[in-house]
Design a protein around this ligand. Structure first.
Ligand code: GLY
Length: 371
Protein backbone atom coordinates (compact mmCIF):
# COMPACT_ATOMS: atom_id res chain seq x y z
CA UNK A 1 0.00 0.00 0.00
CA UNK A 2 1.28 3.52 -0.80
CA UNK A 3 1.92 5.73 2.14
CA UNK A 4 0.99 9.41 1.79
CA UNK A 5 4.55 10.44 0.99
CA UNK A 6 4.84 7.91 -1.87
CA UNK A 7 1.46 8.87 -3.13
CA UNK A 8 2.45 12.52 -3.36
CA UNK A 9 5.54 11.56 -5.36
CA UNK A 10 3.41 9.45 -7.71
CA UNK A 11 0.92 12.30 -8.27
CA UNK A 12 3.80 14.65 -8.89
CA UNK A 13 5.21 12.33 -11.56
CA UNK A 14 1.88 12.16 -13.38
CA UNK A 15 1.61 15.95 -13.15
CA UNK A 16 5.11 16.45 -14.52
CA UNK A 17 4.47 14.03 -17.38
CA UNK A 18 1.31 15.97 -18.21
CA UNK A 19 3.24 19.22 -18.32
CA UNK A 20 5.95 17.64 -20.43
CA UNK A 21 3.33 16.57 -22.95
CA UNK A 22 2.11 20.18 -23.10
CA UNK A 23 5.49 21.70 -23.95
CA UNK A 24 6.37 21.89 -27.60
CA UNK A 25 8.84 23.76 -29.70
CA UNK A 26 7.65 25.69 -32.72
CA UNK A 27 10.30 26.37 -35.34
CA UNK A 28 10.00 28.83 -38.21
CA UNK A 29 12.05 26.89 -40.76
CA UNK A 30 14.73 28.34 -42.96
CA UNK A 31 15.99 24.89 -43.92
CA UNK A 32 13.32 22.22 -43.52
CA UNK A 33 15.73 19.33 -44.09
CA UNK A 34 18.11 20.21 -41.25
CA UNK A 35 15.31 21.40 -38.93
CA UNK A 36 13.46 18.11 -39.45
CA UNK A 37 16.63 16.08 -39.04
CA UNK A 38 17.31 17.74 -35.67
CA UNK A 39 13.69 17.34 -34.56
CA UNK A 40 13.78 13.62 -35.44
CA UNK A 41 17.12 13.20 -33.61
CA UNK A 42 15.55 14.68 -30.49
CA UNK A 43 12.97 11.86 -30.55
CA UNK A 44 14.88 8.54 -30.39
CA UNK A 45 12.64 5.94 -32.04
CA UNK A 46 12.56 2.42 -33.43
CA UNK A 47 10.28 2.98 -36.44
CA UNK A 48 9.25 6.12 -38.24
CA UNK A 49 5.81 6.73 -39.78
CA UNK A 50 4.62 9.64 -41.90
CA UNK A 51 0.93 10.49 -42.18
CA UNK A 52 -0.18 12.35 -45.31
CA UNK A 53 -3.49 12.80 -47.10
CA UNK A 54 -4.01 12.19 -50.80
CA UNK A 55 -3.18 15.83 -51.56
CA UNK A 56 -0.04 16.19 -49.44
CA UNK A 57 1.18 12.78 -50.64
CA UNK A 58 1.26 14.26 -54.17
CA UNK A 59 2.39 17.82 -53.38
CA UNK A 60 4.43 17.73 -50.15
CA UNK A 61 5.75 14.19 -49.57
CA UNK A 62 8.05 14.45 -52.66
CA UNK A 63 9.72 17.47 -50.97
CA UNK A 64 10.39 15.55 -47.77
CA UNK A 65 10.77 11.91 -48.81
CA UNK A 66 14.33 12.22 -50.11
CA UNK A 67 15.67 13.75 -46.86
CA UNK A 68 18.21 11.42 -45.23
CA UNK A 69 16.26 11.45 -41.95
CA UNK A 70 13.13 10.18 -43.74
CA UNK A 71 14.77 7.08 -45.25
CA UNK A 72 12.94 3.98 -44.09
CA UNK A 73 9.84 5.95 -43.07
CA UNK A 74 6.55 4.15 -43.71
CA UNK A 75 3.96 6.35 -45.40
CA UNK A 76 0.32 6.13 -44.27
CA UNK A 77 -2.20 7.91 -46.50
CA UNK A 78 -5.72 9.04 -45.64
CA UNK A 79 -8.41 10.85 -47.62
CA UNK A 80 -8.17 14.64 -47.86
CA UNK A 81 -10.75 17.10 -46.44
CA UNK A 82 -12.75 17.25 -43.25
CA UNK A 83 -15.24 14.57 -44.35
CA UNK A 84 -12.48 12.05 -43.62
CA UNK A 85 -11.89 13.25 -40.06
CA UNK A 86 -13.76 10.21 -38.78
CA UNK A 87 -13.49 7.19 -36.52
CA UNK A 88 -13.08 4.98 -39.62
CA UNK A 89 -10.05 6.99 -40.78
CA UNK A 90 -8.61 6.90 -37.28
CA UNK A 91 -9.02 3.10 -37.21
CA UNK A 92 -7.27 2.94 -40.59
CA UNK A 93 -4.26 4.82 -39.12
CA UNK A 94 -4.16 2.64 -35.97
CA UNK A 95 -4.27 -0.48 -38.18
CA UNK A 96 -1.47 0.83 -40.41
CA UNK A 97 0.66 1.53 -37.32
CA UNK A 98 -0.06 -1.94 -35.93
CA UNK A 99 0.63 -3.72 -39.23
CA UNK A 100 3.77 -1.60 -39.70
CA UNK A 101 5.12 -2.91 -36.39
CA UNK A 102 4.86 0.37 -34.45
CA UNK A 103 5.81 0.19 -30.79
CA UNK A 104 5.48 2.77 -28.03
CA UNK A 105 8.94 3.97 -29.11
CA UNK A 106 7.89 4.75 -32.67
CA UNK A 107 7.60 8.27 -34.04
CA UNK A 108 4.96 9.76 -36.30
CA UNK A 109 5.36 12.79 -38.55
CA UNK A 110 2.09 14.44 -39.60
CA UNK A 111 2.47 16.13 -42.98
CA UNK A 112 -0.61 18.08 -43.95
CA UNK A 113 -3.34 20.52 -43.07
CA UNK A 114 -5.42 20.73 -39.90
CA UNK A 115 -7.28 17.51 -40.62
CA UNK A 116 -4.01 15.52 -40.85
CA UNK A 117 -2.37 17.17 -37.82
CA UNK A 118 -5.54 16.84 -35.67
CA UNK A 119 -6.32 13.25 -36.63
CA UNK A 120 -2.67 12.18 -36.78
CA UNK A 121 -2.01 13.78 -33.39
CA UNK A 122 -4.96 11.89 -31.92
CA UNK A 123 -3.87 8.59 -33.53
CA UNK A 124 -0.34 9.05 -32.11
CA UNK A 125 -1.63 10.14 -28.69
CA UNK A 126 -3.77 7.03 -28.30
CA UNK A 127 -1.76 4.28 -30.04
CA UNK A 128 -0.32 2.07 -27.29
CA UNK A 129 -1.31 4.93 -24.93
CA UNK A 130 0.75 7.42 -26.85
CA UNK A 131 3.73 7.73 -29.15
CA UNK A 132 5.69 10.91 -29.94
CA UNK A 133 4.77 12.96 -32.97
CA UNK A 134 6.04 15.90 -35.00
CA UNK A 135 3.80 18.21 -37.04
CA UNK A 136 4.74 19.67 -40.42
CA UNK A 137 1.71 21.80 -41.26
CA UNK A 138 1.31 22.48 -44.97
CA UNK A 139 -1.66 24.88 -44.95
CA UNK A 140 -1.91 28.36 -43.50
CA UNK A 141 -4.75 27.18 -41.23
CA UNK A 142 -2.68 24.44 -39.66
CA UNK A 143 0.44 26.64 -39.42
CA UNK A 144 -1.23 29.41 -37.43
CA UNK A 145 -3.67 27.30 -35.47
CA UNK A 146 -4.33 23.57 -35.74
CA UNK A 147 -0.78 22.20 -35.51
CA UNK A 148 0.19 24.33 -32.48
CA UNK A 149 -1.09 23.89 -28.94
CA UNK A 150 -1.85 20.18 -28.65
CA UNK A 151 -5.53 19.96 -29.55
CA UNK A 152 -6.05 16.66 -31.36
CA UNK A 153 -9.20 14.82 -32.39
CA UNK A 154 -11.86 13.78 -34.85
CA UNK A 155 -15.43 14.77 -35.71
CA UNK A 156 -18.15 12.54 -34.25
CA UNK A 157 -21.95 12.40 -34.19
CA UNK A 158 -22.18 15.32 -36.62
CA UNK A 159 -20.11 17.56 -34.34
CA UNK A 160 -16.71 19.09 -35.02
CA UNK A 161 -13.73 17.79 -33.02
CA UNK A 162 -16.08 16.07 -30.58
CA UNK A 163 -13.60 13.37 -29.54
CA UNK A 164 -9.95 14.09 -28.81
CA UNK A 165 -7.22 14.81 -26.28
CA UNK A 166 -4.80 17.60 -25.45
CA UNK A 167 -1.32 16.36 -26.27
CA UNK A 168 1.31 18.47 -27.98
CA UNK A 169 3.52 17.51 -30.88
CA UNK A 170 7.17 17.38 -29.76
CA UNK A 171 8.06 19.85 -32.52
CA UNK A 172 6.06 21.88 -35.01
CA UNK A 173 8.02 22.85 -38.13
CA UNK A 174 6.56 25.84 -39.98
CA UNK A 175 7.84 26.09 -43.55
CA UNK A 176 5.92 28.81 -45.36
CA UNK A 177 7.29 27.58 -48.71
CA UNK A 178 4.43 25.06 -48.64
CA UNK A 179 2.00 27.99 -48.90
CA UNK A 180 2.97 28.47 -52.56
CA UNK A 181 0.98 25.31 -53.37
CA UNK A 182 -2.20 26.63 -51.71
CA UNK A 183 -5.15 28.07 -53.60
CA UNK A 184 -6.72 31.42 -52.62
CA UNK A 185 -9.58 29.83 -50.70
CA UNK A 186 -7.21 27.86 -48.47
CA UNK A 187 -5.07 30.97 -47.88
CA UNK A 188 -8.22 32.83 -46.84
CA UNK A 189 -9.28 29.95 -44.61
CA UNK A 190 -6.07 30.24 -42.58
CA UNK A 191 -6.16 34.01 -42.72
CA UNK A 192 -9.43 34.00 -40.72
CA UNK A 193 -7.57 32.49 -37.74
CA UNK A 194 -4.88 35.17 -38.14
CA UNK A 195 -7.62 37.80 -38.07
CA UNK A 196 -8.90 36.23 -34.85
CA UNK A 197 -5.40 36.44 -33.36
CA UNK A 198 -5.26 40.12 -34.36
CA UNK A 199 -8.61 40.79 -32.69
CA UNK A 200 -7.60 39.15 -29.41
CA UNK A 201 -4.17 40.81 -29.31
CA UNK A 202 -3.68 44.42 -30.45
CA UNK A 203 -4.98 47.10 -32.80
CA UNK A 204 -1.69 47.45 -34.71
CA UNK A 205 -1.59 43.76 -35.69
CA UNK A 206 -5.33 43.72 -36.51
CA UNK A 207 -4.93 46.84 -38.73
CA UNK A 208 -1.90 45.30 -40.47
CA UNK A 209 -4.00 42.23 -41.28
CA UNK A 210 -6.82 44.32 -42.76
CA UNK A 211 -4.30 46.29 -44.87
CA UNK A 212 -2.33 43.30 -46.19
CA UNK A 213 -2.89 42.95 -49.96
CA UNK A 214 -4.14 39.37 -50.16
CA UNK A 215 -4.72 39.57 -53.90
CA UNK A 216 -1.09 40.52 -54.56
CA UNK A 217 0.59 38.72 -51.70
CA UNK A 218 4.15 39.25 -50.59
CA UNK A 219 5.20 35.86 -49.13
CA UNK A 220 8.07 37.32 -47.08
CA UNK A 221 5.64 39.63 -45.24
CA UNK A 222 3.19 36.77 -44.88
CA UNK A 223 5.93 34.68 -43.24
CA UNK A 224 6.56 37.44 -40.67
CA UNK A 225 2.84 37.74 -39.98
CA UNK A 226 2.57 33.95 -39.57
CA UNK A 227 5.38 34.04 -36.97
CA UNK A 228 3.60 36.89 -35.15
CA UNK A 229 0.28 35.05 -35.26
CA UNK A 230 1.73 31.80 -33.92
CA UNK A 231 3.49 33.72 -31.12
CA UNK A 232 0.10 35.14 -30.03
CA UNK A 233 -1.33 31.64 -29.87
CA UNK A 234 1.70 30.22 -28.05
CA UNK A 235 1.55 32.95 -25.38
CA UNK A 236 -2.06 32.03 -24.62
CA UNK A 237 -1.54 28.25 -24.72
CA UNK A 238 1.43 28.50 -22.34
CA UNK A 239 -0.79 30.20 -19.76
CA UNK A 240 -3.64 27.69 -20.07
CA UNK A 241 -2.75 24.50 -21.99
CA UNK A 242 -6.01 22.66 -21.29
CA UNK A 243 -8.44 25.54 -21.80
CA UNK A 244 -9.66 26.08 -18.28
CA UNK A 245 -9.69 29.87 -18.74
CA UNK A 246 -7.87 32.29 -21.05
CA UNK A 247 -7.34 29.75 -23.86
CA UNK A 248 -11.07 30.19 -24.52
CA UNK A 249 -9.99 33.48 -26.17
CA UNK A 250 -8.78 31.35 -29.08
CA UNK A 251 -12.38 30.30 -29.57
CA UNK A 252 -13.55 33.75 -30.60
CA UNK A 253 -15.77 33.23 -33.66
CA UNK A 254 -15.88 29.48 -33.16
CA UNK A 255 -19.11 29.05 -31.14
CA UNK A 256 -21.13 30.21 -34.13
CA UNK A 257 -18.49 29.19 -36.69
CA UNK A 258 -18.55 25.53 -35.64
CA UNK A 259 -22.37 25.54 -35.77
CA UNK A 260 -22.29 26.89 -39.36
CA UNK A 261 -19.59 24.37 -40.26
CA UNK A 262 -21.47 21.41 -38.76
CA UNK A 263 -24.71 22.48 -40.47
CA UNK A 264 -22.98 22.81 -43.84
CA UNK A 265 -21.34 19.38 -43.39
CA UNK A 266 -24.70 17.86 -42.46
CA UNK A 267 -26.24 19.36 -45.62
CA UNK A 268 -23.50 17.73 -47.70
CA UNK A 269 -22.10 21.15 -48.64
CA UNK A 270 -18.99 21.44 -46.45
CA UNK A 271 -17.35 24.84 -46.07
CA UNK A 272 -13.71 25.48 -45.24
CA UNK A 273 -13.14 25.89 -41.50
CA UNK A 274 -11.71 29.40 -41.79
CA UNK A 275 -14.69 30.62 -43.79
CA UNK A 276 -17.00 29.41 -41.00
CA UNK A 277 -14.73 31.14 -38.44
CA UNK A 278 -14.82 34.40 -40.43
CA UNK A 279 -18.65 34.30 -40.49
CA UNK A 280 -18.63 33.34 -36.80
CA UNK A 281 -16.43 36.40 -36.09
CA UNK A 282 -19.06 38.64 -37.69
CA UNK A 283 -21.72 37.18 -35.37
CA UNK A 284 -19.62 37.22 -32.22
CA UNK A 285 -18.29 40.74 -32.80
CA UNK A 286 -21.92 41.85 -33.17
CA UNK A 287 -22.64 40.24 -29.78
CA UNK A 288 -19.45 41.85 -28.43
CA UNK A 289 -20.69 45.30 -29.51
CA UNK A 290 -24.14 44.62 -28.06
CA UNK A 291 -23.10 43.04 -24.77
CA UNK A 292 -19.54 44.17 -24.02
CA UNK A 293 -19.18 47.60 -25.69
CA UNK A 294 -16.88 46.50 -28.56
CA UNK A 295 -16.32 49.70 -30.63
CA UNK A 296 -18.72 49.98 -33.59
CA UNK A 297 -16.02 51.24 -35.99
CA UNK A 298 -13.93 48.07 -35.45
CA UNK A 299 -17.06 45.96 -35.97
CA UNK A 300 -17.85 47.76 -39.22
CA UNK A 301 -14.28 47.54 -40.56
CA UNK A 302 -13.96 43.82 -39.72
CA UNK A 303 -17.39 42.95 -41.15
CA UNK A 304 -16.58 44.84 -44.34
CA UNK A 305 -13.26 42.97 -44.74
CA UNK A 306 -14.95 39.62 -44.17
CA UNK A 307 -17.83 40.40 -46.54
CA UNK A 308 -15.40 41.40 -49.30
CA UNK A 309 -13.18 38.36 -48.94
CA UNK A 310 -15.40 35.54 -47.63
CA UNK A 311 -18.88 36.35 -48.97
CA UNK A 312 -21.67 34.99 -46.81
CA UNK A 313 -23.23 31.77 -45.51
CA UNK A 314 -26.81 31.35 -46.67
CA UNK A 315 -29.53 30.13 -44.30
CA UNK A 316 -33.09 31.18 -43.50
CA UNK A 317 -34.90 31.85 -40.22
CA UNK A 318 -36.36 28.31 -40.21
CA UNK A 319 -32.79 27.12 -39.54
CA UNK A 320 -32.19 29.36 -36.49
CA UNK A 321 -33.35 26.56 -34.17
CA UNK A 322 -30.86 24.10 -35.70
CA UNK A 323 -27.99 26.60 -35.41
CA UNK A 324 -28.93 27.29 -31.78
CA UNK A 325 -29.10 23.56 -31.04
CA UNK A 326 -25.64 23.02 -32.59
CA UNK A 327 -24.24 25.82 -30.41
CA UNK A 328 -25.50 24.03 -27.30
CA UNK A 329 -22.89 21.31 -28.04
CA UNK A 330 -19.94 23.73 -27.95
CA UNK A 331 -17.12 22.35 -25.80
CA UNK A 332 -16.87 25.62 -23.82
CA UNK A 333 -20.43 25.24 -22.49
CA UNK A 334 -21.18 24.35 -18.90
CA UNK A 335 -24.51 23.15 -17.52
CA UNK A 336 -26.22 23.50 -20.92
CA UNK A 337 -25.56 27.28 -21.10
CA UNK A 338 -23.90 28.52 -24.29
CA UNK A 339 -20.60 30.08 -23.38
CA UNK A 340 -19.22 32.79 -25.67
CA UNK A 341 -15.84 34.50 -25.80
CA UNK A 342 -16.46 38.18 -26.53
CA UNK A 343 -14.37 41.35 -26.76
CA UNK A 344 -14.84 44.69 -25.01
CA UNK A 345 -12.21 46.08 -27.36
CA UNK A 346 -9.44 44.72 -29.56
CA UNK A 347 -7.24 42.74 -27.14
CA UNK A 348 -9.74 43.15 -24.27
CA UNK A 349 -11.05 39.60 -23.89
CA UNK A 350 -14.19 38.55 -21.98
CA UNK A 351 -14.52 34.78 -21.56
CA UNK A 352 -17.58 32.90 -20.21
CA UNK A 353 -20.18 35.33 -21.55
CA UNK A 354 -23.82 34.21 -21.66
CA UNK A 355 -26.15 35.65 -24.29
CA UNK A 356 -29.94 35.27 -24.10
CA UNK A 357 -31.80 33.38 -26.81
CA UNK A 358 -33.12 36.76 -27.99
CA UNK A 359 -29.55 38.14 -28.30
CA UNK A 360 -28.63 35.08 -30.36
CA UNK A 361 -31.66 35.37 -32.67
CA UNK A 362 -30.86 39.10 -33.21
CA UNK A 363 -27.27 38.16 -33.94
CA UNK A 364 -28.42 35.75 -36.66
CA UNK A 365 -30.72 38.48 -38.07
CA UNK A 366 -27.73 40.84 -38.13
CA UNK A 367 -25.67 38.24 -39.99
CA UNK A 368 -28.37 37.72 -42.63
CA UNK A 369 -29.60 41.31 -43.03
CA UNK A 370 -26.59 43.43 -42.31
CA UNK A 371 -24.18 41.20 -44.11
N1 GLY B 1 -8.01 26.42 -32.07
C1 GLY B 1 -8.15 26.97 -30.77
C2 GLY B 1 -7.19 26.40 -29.79
O1 GLY B 1 -6.23 25.78 -30.16
O2 GLY B 1 -7.40 26.56 -28.61
Amino acid sequence: MLNLQNRRTFDQQIYNQGLQAMTQEVIICHNLESDLEQAVERCPHDRLFVLADTTTRELCWPVVSHFACMQGARLITIGATDEHKTLDTLAHVWTALQEGGASRHSLMVNLGGGMVTDLGGFAASTFKRGIAYINIPTTLLSMVDASVGGKTGINFGGLKNEIGVFNCARTVLLDTDFLHTLDDRNILSGYAEMLKHGLISDVAHWAELLRFPLEDMDYATLQQMVAQSVAIKERIVEQDPTEQGIRKALNLGHTVGHAFESMALDQGKPVLHGYAVAWGLVCELYLSARMAGFPKQYLTQTVQFIREHYGTFAFDCKQYGKIYELMTHDKKNEGGIINFTLLADIGDIRINQHATKEDIMDMLDFFRDGF
